[in-house]
Ligand binder design. Structure first.
Ligand SMILES: [Zn+2]
Length: 379
């Protein structure tokens, strides 16, 4: 099966060049789910592009009859962020025009009309409700976009465009990585615990209360809120939509092990969901796969308590004990003293989840993260 390739204009640059997005669409049986997968929303987080390339080859090797629904793949989804450099380094986490994190620009205004909507459709079929609310979301997104001569800021236009591509999806997967050195894990939401296993990763962070500004949250939140509004009126609905962010290793790199984890996890998940019908997935271990689902609040970031050079860094996944040494920082100590090595201890037990790329830190700069699991977790 070949992909339909669609190039979407994004913006014309001052040089006359055009920024575009390119989406690869695989269409199978039209009554199945729509899956939307994008990569590289944060400029340094390139690994998902390699994952998408491998997924594309896999889908190309299948017959149309093996795909139940459609899969949209959008690599290099943020050209402005991806191409940003400082010396050899990709920064690309913030929109240079307004300083906003590229993954905090999404979502629509809190919907004041939801209660009225729910009253109106209280006795309608779930399918009717879904389509009516989808139309409502589409018009909200269009209203936020100015089509007049006053134009629209790049950030708003870009955010709306990206959201519009997945508004009617059933499954959204946003591929990220750490900006630093990180483990492979996923972000998930309540009610997705069973599906989370299918990615075959061993750690997940659960977003209990989606704020709605990240890409994954912006897709899911309106529907969760709608389910809640109907529940308050005594009607139980489940739109059966799922949203994920996969975090695959470190920034500015496509670590082969992280790529492999991402590709296998997504193939397995799509097979488990019945989107693809292949003989080798889902893997038999899916049902019993254990994923440790932590609350986002268990992730403790450590910031440098003084400026200096981090002399010893613990490798990722190293277990740490409360009160034991976590890292050592070499303080230059210019006030007529010799440099001194200071030890920073762990506040709680857990394991090393993410470490900074730059071992020179100013006081208050990010050093590492510990996932606080208590003493009984085997990382
Ligand atoms: Zn990211």
């Amino acid at each position: 099966m070949e992909a339909k390739i669609k190039t979407i204009p994004l913006a014309r640059l001052s040089s006359g060049d055009d920024l575009t997005l390119q989406v690869y669409q695989f269409f199978g049986n039209p009554s199945g789910k729509k899956v939307y997968i994008q990569a590289n929303l944060h400029g340094a987080e390139i690994v998902g592009n390699v994952v998408i390339r491998q997924l594309m080859s896999w889908l190309q090797s299948l017959d149309r009859g093996q795909l139940w629904g459609e899969v949209w793949l959008l690599p290099a989804c943020n050209p402005l962020g991806m191409n940003q450099r400082s010396h050899f380094f990709s920064s690309g986490r913030y929109n240079p025009y307004d300083g906003k994190d590229w993954n905090r620009i999404f979502g629509v205004e809190e919907d004041g009309e939801r209660a009225t909507f729910a009253q109106k459709y209280l006795n309608s079929s779930q399918d009717t409700i879904y389509h009516a609310y989808l139309d409502h979301l589409k018009s909200q997104l269009n209203n936020a976009q100015s089509f007049q001569t006053s134009g629209t800021s790049y950030g708003v236009k870009y955010g709306n465009l990206l959201q519009s591509l997945c508004l009617d999806a059933d499954i959204v997967i946003d591929l990220h990585s750490s900006s630093n050195e990180g483990i492979n894990y996923l972000f998930t939401f309540p009610k997705q615990d069973e599906s989370a296993k299918a990615f075959l990763l061993d750690v997940g962070l659960v977003v209990q209360q989606p704020g709605g500004y990240t890409f994954d949250e912006a897709f899911l939140k309106p529907w969760l809120s709608l389910e809640e509004t109907f529940a308050q009126l005594g009607r139980s609905l489940n739109f059966n939509l799922e949203s994920w962010t996969l975090e695959l290793g470190g920034g500015m790199t496509a670590n082969p092990q992280s790529v492999e984890k991402g590709v296998t996890g997504i193939k397995n998940y799509l097979a488990q969901k019945g989107v693809v019908n292949v003989s080798d997935f889902p893997l038999p271990e899916t049902k019993d796969h254990h994923i440790y689902l932590a609350d986002k609040s268990q992730l403790k970031k450590y910031y440098a308590t003084t400026g200096g050079i981090i002399e010893t860094y613990p490798p990722l996944r190293t277990p740490v004990k409360a009160g034991a040494s976590l890292y050592q920082i070499l303080e230059m100590n210019k006030k007529e003293h010799s440099p001194q090595l200071m030890t920073v201890t762990a506040e709680e037990s857990g394991f090393i989840f993410d470490v900074g790329k730059n071992q020179a830190v100013n006081e208050g700069e990010y050093v590492l993260s510990v996932l606080e699991t208590g003493d009984n977790y085997d990382a």
